[in-house]
Design a protein. Structure first.
Length: 678
């Protein structure tokens, strides 16, 4: 059948209730011209084709279009009538119409998202921190993308520092307001039938109870889903004294000028003032106080605050905090101490002030809860050496070949005791600047000279091959080789040099310089540089590709590469470039660099069934394992150690970093009756 025409009037389900989606994703196997304009309610096919019947199998073709509903929950019927399509059967003299209409039923379902808010603990003392958790539940059979909401806290409640934000498998990000009394969550994603949590630290600065509520309708999403019910939880604060601490920033570079400012906050929400206030904070090994003129130690707690550069402890003695009933200051009293700190070694430093650390001349005054924060000190040491000939041939016996050796710190931390060895037979290492054994800061360069006097054996071999080696206290040895032809005639060399400094993450650009040198005694024509590594792009060359190089002349090219996840998983990246000319065979050189790997994972467990439970009832959970590092994790296993808790199947989520599992647990519940005393 040819000349097939068809129209599907979505208006048969209501005038404007259904329209073609913003992304129609239209396709057909019927040929012809398919028209599907987004936002309209008419689908048309013109000049289509339907194959004939073969044996007992009818000929058929299909049309697929995505539509969307503008209506509320209902059941609608879409009909293509006998006058809505036609076609010409081969050999027929008139147009054919279908014998029957086509009708199908479409269910429109209301979508929703549920929220549950909680504080743990629900009661604190002296304004200590509590963990606020917002549980998002998707009861639908479709995912909810781009989830967002704002949480406005009541007066007296705020986000504490460190906030320790965790969006778990919800993704997205949290932005805290300047006054810390509200925060915005945006960019979340929740798979069909799944749960996820957003959590951060919060507290209240008044004694008593405060209710934090996210109102109904506060949630927005890409598909228009919102929360029908509010989510509320109560946090109680009891009179007392508390301590908090946080690092700003909480990530610094090892062996650099970077430092972090440690802030210690004390709060008194009791009625009476606290006298002779004392506190000692002992840092973990390796973390020390530094002399930072822009951030000297500060103290608003009164008394004496001792913070000595080079030491790993701060001490407050004789401090004072007023109480909430003081006539001159009825509000909860805060005071702070700050000090600049750093560490040279790469590590994660967890700094804890234990409960009971605050001392006072007043009876029974101390902090009932501990305070802690973590400082990450990172670094990726790396280096390269490039050996280049600085003299020009031709060379005869007793002539001197001269070299320049360039050693570069291509990492992000200091390299100590940098050494260079010229391993060529008969090669002599000259002076180095700075001297051997020096420390190279990131991007700093050591340049050495070297020489070799040509021998009869070199002439007989037709070339002299020389390798230079560089090493430091933080890297493995690296080397570079240079070959000098001694027979005269055409010869070419190539050097590949790293020109950017890491660490590198997925999407970062690595840059290179490629130097091609005519080391022979005649011209080289049609000089070309080729990148052998997939993904590396040659950006420019000077002179341009295909040029002629006279003896001793050089072509310099710039190249770049964008880091992929596969590169990070491997932990290294090696780039190979080659050079060629009409008169010589191709030569190549490579450069390798280390890519910092940070493997990490997190596990979240959610109850997915609803109590109250009786004996024999089944309790179900979701266990979600999330890759929170920067490399791919393999052979991931999940184990649930609960008694008689069989682990269900595990599936890879829409987010490839998330693997949810579903165990079932049948509870046996019993109660022992006891008298109740009123």
């Amino acid at each position: 059948m040819t000349g097939v025409w068809l129209q599907d009037r979505l208006s048969t389900m209501g005038t404007t209730e259904f329209v073609i989606a913003d992304e129609p994703n239209a396709s057909t196997t019927c040929g012809g011209t398919l028209t599907t304009n987004a936002g309209t309610n008419l689908i048309t096919l013109n000049d289509g084709y339907i194959p004939g019947r073969v044996g007992s199998v009818n000929g058929s073709c299909s049309i697929t279009v995505t539509i969307k509903a503008n209506s509320y929950a209902n059941t609608s019927y879409n009909t293509i009538s006998t006058t809505d399509s036609s076609g010409m059967v081969s050999g027929a003299v008139s147009v054919s119409y279908p014998r029957y209409s086509a009708t199908d039923r479409l269910y429109v379902q209301d979508l929703s998202i549920e929220m549950v808010k909680s504080f743990d603990p629900s009661s604190v003392s002296g304004g200590s921190s509590s963990r606020m958790t917002i549980l998002l539940i998707n009861p639908n059979d479709v995912p909810i993308p781009d989830i967002s909401f704002i949480d406005y806290m009541p007066s007296g409640m705020k986000v504490t520092l460190p906030a320790n934000i965790d969006t778990s498998t919800c993704g997205g990000e949290v932005e805290i307001a300047t006054d810390r009394q509200s925060f915005v969550y945006s960019g979340g994603y929740l798979a069909a039938g799944r749960r996820c949590t957003i959590s951060l630290n919060a507290t209240i600065r008044v004694n008593g109870n405060l209710v934090n509520t996210i109102e109904a309708g506060a949630v927005s999403s890409f598909i228009g889903v919102s929360n029908d019910d509010p989510a509320s939880s109560t946090l109680t604060n009891l009179p007392g004294v508390s301590v908090r601490k946080y690092f700003t920033p909480n990530r610094i570079l090892a062996e650099s000028d970077e430092y972090s400012v440690l802030t210690i906050e004390l709060t008194n929400t009791s009625n009476a003032a606290v006298h002779d206030l004392g506190l000692v904070d002992t840092f973990p090994d390796g973390l020390v106080i530094v002399d930072a003129p822009l951030d000297p130690p500060t103290n608003t707690c009164g008394g004496t605050f001792t913070a000595i550069a080079g030491q790993s402890q701060v001490n407050l003695s004789g401090g004072y905090l007023s109480g909430v009933l003081d006539p001159d200051d009825p509000q909860p009293e805060d005071c702070t101490m700050t000090v600049a700190v750093k560490a040279d070694d790469r590590a994660t430093y967890r700094n804890v002030i234990p409960e009971g650390s605050i001392t006072s001349s007043d009876a029974n005054v101390t902090n009932p809860d501990s305070a802690e924060d973590t400082l990450e000190v990172y670094g990726t040491p790396d280096m390269q050496i490039v050996k280049s000939v600085t003299s020009t041939g031709p060379y005869n016996e007793d002539d001197v070949i001269t070299y320049e050796l360039e050693v570069t710190n291509t990492g992000d931390m200091n390299l100590n005791d940098v050494q260079v060895i010229d391993a060529g037979v008969g090669a002599v290492l000259g002076a180095c600047s700075p001297a051997l054994g020096a420390t190279l800061a990131p991007e700093e360069i050591m340049i050495c000279s070297a020489t070799h006097t040509v021998t009869a054996a070199d002439i007989a071999a037709g070339e002299y091959v020389n390798t230079a080696i560089a090493d430091s206290d933080r890297t493995d040895p690296v080397s570079d080789e240079e070959t000098v032809p001694l027979s005269g005639g055409p010869a070419i060399s190539i050097k590949k040099i790293l020109t950017s400094v890491g660490p590198f993450e997925v999407g970062d650009t690595i840059t290179f310089s490629i130097k091609v040198n005519n080391v022979g005694t005649v011209n080289l024509s049609n000089v070309l540089v080729t990148e052998e590594t997939a993904g590396v792009v040659i950006d420019s060359c000077n002179p341009v590709q295909g040029s002629t190089l006279a003896a001793g002349e050089m072509m310099t090219c710039a190249a770049s590469y964008v880091v992929t996840q596969d590169d990070l998983d491997l932990g290294t990246f090696t780039n190979v470039a080659s050079a060629d000319a009409d008169e010589v065979e191709p030569v190549s050189d490579d450069v390798s660099l280390q890519l910092a790997q940070y493997p990490s994972m997190a596990v979240y467990k959610f109850e997915t069934s609803t109590g109250i439970y009786a004996v024999g009832d089944t309790v179900t959970f979701d266990i979600v394992t999330q890759n929170t590092g920067n490399i791919t994790l393999t052979n991931v296993t999940v184990d649930d150690t609960g008694t008689e808790l069989p682990l269900g199947p595990c599936t890879l989520n829409e987010d490839p970093t998330v693997i949810p599992c579903r165990p079932n647990w049948r509870w046996a519940i019993s109660f022992i009756a006891k008298p109740i005393i009123v």
